[in-house]
Design a protein around this ligand. Sequence first.
Ligand SMILES: CC(C)(COP(=O)(O)OP(=O)(O)OC[C@H]1O[C@@H](n2cnc3c(N)ncnc32)[C@H](O)[C@@H]1OP(=O)(O)O)[C@@H](O)C(=O)NCCC(=O)NCCS
Length: 149
Amino acid sequence: MTEPLLRPMRPADLPMVMEIDRRSLPRPWSEATWREELNSPLSLYMVLAEGDVISGHIGIKRIVDEIHVMTLAVHPSRRQQGFARVLLKAALVHPVSVSAHHAYLEVRPNNLEAWALYSSLGFVQTGIRPGYYGGEDVLLLTLDLHSTQ
Ligand SMILES: CC(C)(COP(=O)(O)OP(=O)(O)OC[C@H]1O[C@@H](n2cnc3c(N)ncnc32)[C@H](O)[C@@H]1OP(=O)(O)O)[C@@H](O)C(=O)NCCC(=O)NCCS
């Protein structure tokens, strides 16, 4: 297998990215949402590619002095090899993130894998967003970027 390469996401990646989302997330984005996000000047979307195959992806958005982690998923067959950690750490040191004060994201309370990843990187729970995810409550996690940059 080719060494994984971290690179910006391209529109041509969307079929594989959306397939990973279908296998990973209860509410995957539509293609229209993905295309809108890829065109946003505030956003950064990156993939880990092994040759022609996408193994995982991340998206962040810069909102004034905060970074919102929009999405993160790794193909089920490629999990537990450190790919999500690589993607998240790369996004948080990318020029898009420089000088931001905080990163935040939402996670479902029963998503123990994601919770473990985020807390190992220093994210802490700072709130609850009632009914955020299709009526389900989610936890708001925040990372102080001054402690990581
Ligand atoms: C959450 C997810 C992105 C993790 O991807 P991954 O590439 O397997 O994660 P990594 O291999 O980089 O693991 C990083 C850390 O996550 C945690 N973790 C990952 N998988 C885990 C598991 N099955 N059980 C417990 N902890 C786990 C661990 O803390 C791990 O660190 P360690 O290897 O030092 O123990 C992946 O499981 C996924 O795509 N899930 C579905 C989509 C999703 O939930 N996205 C996040 C939405 S908020």
